[in-house]
Design a protein around this ligand. Structure first.
Ligand code: GLN
Length: 201
């Protein structure tokens, strides 16, 4: 069961993407929605608005508890900002700069090779954050223009771009494999995350 933080942002696109891949999806708006999820997607959108809505929905603590148990989490764009060192659910050592490539008109699409089976994909950047420093031990999964644009650290997947908006991207499948592995469902390509993700603890 893949939870999608559904307070603001491109929730429907992530839901459609997971459903296409055969994942069960639950929109997460209240602490009760967190019961029984095996992973959580933090969508793109507006991180300042999301921060406020997370606080008013009372979601910070329940999600923090799940992340401390090693539940996989995937931050896309604004979701990366929520997982930064000064974010809502901080990953130690993750430093990001918001809106680092300029405002909306400077949005861009570039092609790049990924570290996931060397698959090439389109990267859609919309007011993207720049990863300035990665957590120690993180595996860089993609770069563009010299910047880290995707990484995996423990049970955390980060993409500063929007894989849910393109037809062919290896990242949604990678995340679903992380979730399935966590839930104990056999999957073809996953080696599985280590159990030791501790963002926010
Ligand atoms: N710039 C936005 C923020 O920092 C993120 C934009 C996005 O998610 N596409 O919240």
């Amino acid at each position: 069961m893949v939870g999608i933080l559904a307070l603001q942002g491109d929730v429907a696109e992530h839901a459609a993407c997971m459903s296409r891949l055969g994942g069960a999806v639950r929109e997460v708006r209240t602490p009760r929605d967190c019961d029984g999820i095996d992973g959580l997607i933090l969508p793109g959108g507006e991180s300042t608005a999301m921060r406020r809505l997370i606080a008013s929905a009372g979601l910070r603590e329940p999600v923090r508890g799940l992340l401390a148990q090693g539940m996989p989490v995937w931050g896309t764009c604004a979701g990366v900002v929520l997982l930064a060192e000064d974010g809502v659910w901080p990953c130690p050592g993750l430093k990001v700069e918001r809106n680092a490539y300029g405002p909306q008109p400077f949005s861009s699409v570039v092609r790049a090779e990924t570290g996931l089976h060397e698959v090439e994909t389109e990267l859609v950047f919309i007011r993207a954050p720049r990863i300035l420093e990665a957590p120690a031990g993180a595996r860089v999964l993609c770069r563009a223009g010299g910047d880290i644009t995707a990484l995996r650290w423990e049970a955390v997947l980060l993409t500063t771009f929007h894989p849910e908006l393109v037809e062919q991207s290896p990242f949604p499948g990678h995340f679903l494999d992380m979730v399935r592995s966590r839930a104990g469902i056999r999957s073809s390509s996953c080696r599985g995350p280590s159990a030791a993700c501790r963002p926010g603890s």
